[in-house]
Design a binder for this molecule. Sequence first.
Ligand SMILES: Nc1ncnc2c1ncn2[C@@H]1O[C@H](COP(=O)(O)OP(=O)(O)OP(=O)(O)O)[C@@H](O)[C@H]1O
Length: 624
Amino acid sequence: MGEDTGPGGRAFQVDLRGVVDLLARHLYSGPRVYLRELLQNGVDAITARRAVDPDAPATVRLRPGPDGTLEVTDTGVGLTPGQAEELLATVGRSSKRDLDLGLGREEFLGQFGIGLLSAFMVADEIELVSQSALDPPAPPVRWVGHADGRYDLTVLPVGSVAAPGSTVRLRARRDMEHWAAAETVVALAQEFGSLLPVDVAVEVPLPGAAGTAWRRISEPVLPWRATYADDDARTAALAAYCERSLGFTPLAHIDLEVPLAGLSGVAYVLPTAVPPGAGSRHRVYLKRMLLGTQVEDLLPEWAFFVRCVVDASALRPTASREQLYTDDLLLAAQESLAAQVRAWTVATLTSPSDVSREVVTTHHLALRSLAVTDDEVLDLVAQVLPFETTDGQQTLAHVRDAHGDVLHTTRVEDYRRVAPVARAQGMTVVNAGYVYDADLLERLARRPGWRVRELQARDVAQVLEPLEPHRELEVLDQVQAARDVVRPLDCDLVVRRFAPEQVPAVLLEDRDGRHASDVRRTVAQADDLWGGVLAGFAGDTDEPARRLVLNDDNPTVRRLLGVAPDAPVLAAGVRSLYVTAVLLAGEPLRVREAELMNDAMAVLLDAGLAPGGTHVPDDTQEDV
Ligand SMILES: Nc1ncnc2c1ncn2[C@@H]1O[C@H](COP(=O)(O)OP(=O)(O)OP(=O)(O)O)[C@@H](O)[C@H]1O
């Protein structure tokens, strides 16, 4: 520990290697941020100088040299020897904080007083030579810091440094040399500093020939703030910026502005669908220095169809400078941004255009997810989004206008099961089995002017034509025998006539039936106590959960109902019709059903092959 410092106690000593290790491993995402911190110090120094001398030059020059050396020179305010001693030699000391509040001052990027240490992630020694811009001039100073915690400070002769400002020099360690290579420095400077308001340039070797040139890195004006010839030129320039910075050509752009947070920017609509829940990550600049390219939480989850590039002057970074610090201002900004994306979505959907059509086709899932929590968007979605119906792709508003009621299934299997029959009967059923749709229709049912309900098995049964009384009598015994065949499968059986005649049978099932059958199954498996409790939920009825409806207009069914009630082929035929109906509904065959199918096949084969066996006349085949 250090010496006794009197009544105030002893001073802490800092193990610099430990601190740098902590920064490198736990605070920063990697050594690359050293360049951001150097750029940031240069820009802040220029800001400080221009506060008193608005015409002072504003340049940061980066010169990667041989053997992993790098020199960063700014035309900033510089440091006097006294300031260098005070600020550079004390970890956590910063000239950029408001002394009363302890907060970072609004005009500066830095505030924590640890940024310069990040250079120790790549180098063992950092040199800073500085000439203060103060008038009358103070002598220049050279400060050299070592990774082991030592530093040297030398006051240089007056006039030995040509102009106010600072130059930081470092030589990367052998294993870190690539971080100081020209191409890496250009890439990092472009990434972090492309929107900086000062003139940043990197000295790069000219290809082939000897010599070097300065590569300009920074754009003087934010792309979305620049002046363009007209709207089309602006849209094209912003799309080109999106390609450069985010790597895709957007479907559209949405201007963003939150004055309270000093925030402006653009939300770009993605050209391809992304799965909901993928989360949206955004490119965020703070005071025009890149904070991160994957910043989360700027927009709510439903906005997963846009990616933003924003710059904010009043939001705060976390100490790593890689995420936004959560405070009331950030929450207010998030709310405002969400409202702007939502307002654009509503405006776009209400005025048909190529863009709105593309947005609907590409991002219908995002719109559905938004509609689940937002009634205004829900009303719009009902007007513009196509849904799968038995009448083709239609909007919900169209279904309502044509039929009054909106009937829907909540599972794709249910829809598949009834679709062929419903379609043939002129009944329109909406398939709400896809993600969000059932929630969406449930919510729509509560909106004024909508009559929405889930399709029940009896809705379909009702539209199927009953048999003529004489035909009913004719097949009474066969139907009874057929019912006995499917009863063990928790299924009832009726015979009706319906189009299309090619469909021999449909299996109808609704939610209540399914629920009762699930409970019955559980009761059967449960012990006495729970079985008794659960039985109460199953209801009194032991009505089967499903109903197999045979189509008397179908030639195969007619032939089947023509055999004797006790003929093995009747039972086999009914079983295979049952299995066909299960398959038609798009449901997988369970083991039991596959066995049924095999048994039925065996019986049917025997009947067909055995000489003098039960002959099923086949009037669909021509005589040979
Ligand atoms: N190029 C420079 N010109 C003038 N002063 C500088 C320069 N680089 C560093 N300083 C001084 O050194 C102090 C410490 O710098 P450091 O980068 O460690 O922290 P900071 O920039 O204050 O905060 P942060 O940790 O948020 O970056 C700064 O507050 C500044 O006063």
